[in-house]
Design a protein around this ligand. Structure first.
Ligand code: AIR
Length: 182
């Protein structure tokens, strides 16, 4: 992929709870700034848990537009199947990425320091014009973005679907345990 490597964070999965063999990253997690990482890490954590390989990168639609273009144009050629894009304020990264890639894009609005109240980030990502969809999750909803990415990929991977079912069972059990503990 033709990308300037200097300010890149690349994190591959090191540990996992619901085991799977190592493969190339299938999910590309990108964010507008390192200041988004504390939120976007939640997408990475749940993908770790579900045994889905991912890569992480910082790509700003406004500060590094060429880098965004290169990433979005080439991600599918590198084996990426879903892109999760998070940004705050005038959050154009998910929408612009979606306009450049044939891959599904999941947008994570982030309540960043330059965001007025979060609505600016939400609406920048949510209100896309017809023809260029971005699957927008809740404000700071990176965990759900990770789960949604796994479900999209899992539609073609029975083993991953099994791990997703196991995860859903874990969620159910937690609720039942907490009700029991009352
Ligand atoms: N941002 C960066 N380039 C374009 C945008 N919209 C966003 C980042 C971050 C916010 O601006 O995604 O949420 C603040 O970035 P920083 O680097 O000033 O902390």
């Amino acid at each position: 992929m033709k990308i300037d490597k200097t300010p890149i964070i690349i994190v591959f999965r090191f540990s996992l709870s619901l085991q799977k063999k190592d493969t190339m990253p299938e999910v590309g997690i990108i964010m507008g700034s390192k200041s988004d990482l504390h939120i976007m890490q939640e997408a990475a954590d749940i993908l770790d848990h579900l045994g889905v390989d991912y890569e992480m990168n910082i790509v700003s639609a406004h500060r590094t537009p060429d880098r965004m273009y290169d990433y979005a144009k080439n991600a599918h050629k590198q084996g990426i199947k879903v892109i999760i894009a998070g940004a705050g304020g005038a959050a154009h990264l998910p929408g612009m990425t979606a306009s450049l890639t044939p891959l599904p894009v999941i947008g994570v609005p982030i309540k960043s320091r330059n965001s007025i109240d979060g609505w600016d980030s939400v609406l920048s990502i949510l209100q896309m014009p017809g023809g260029i969809p971005v699957a927008t999750v809740a404000l700071d909803g990176a965990k759900n973005a990770g789960i949604l990415a796994a479900k999209i990929i899992g539609a073609q991977q029975p083993e991953l679907l099994n791990r997703l079912e196991k995860y859903m069972e874990e969620l159910k059990q937690k609720v039942l345990d907490s009700a029991h503990d009352l």
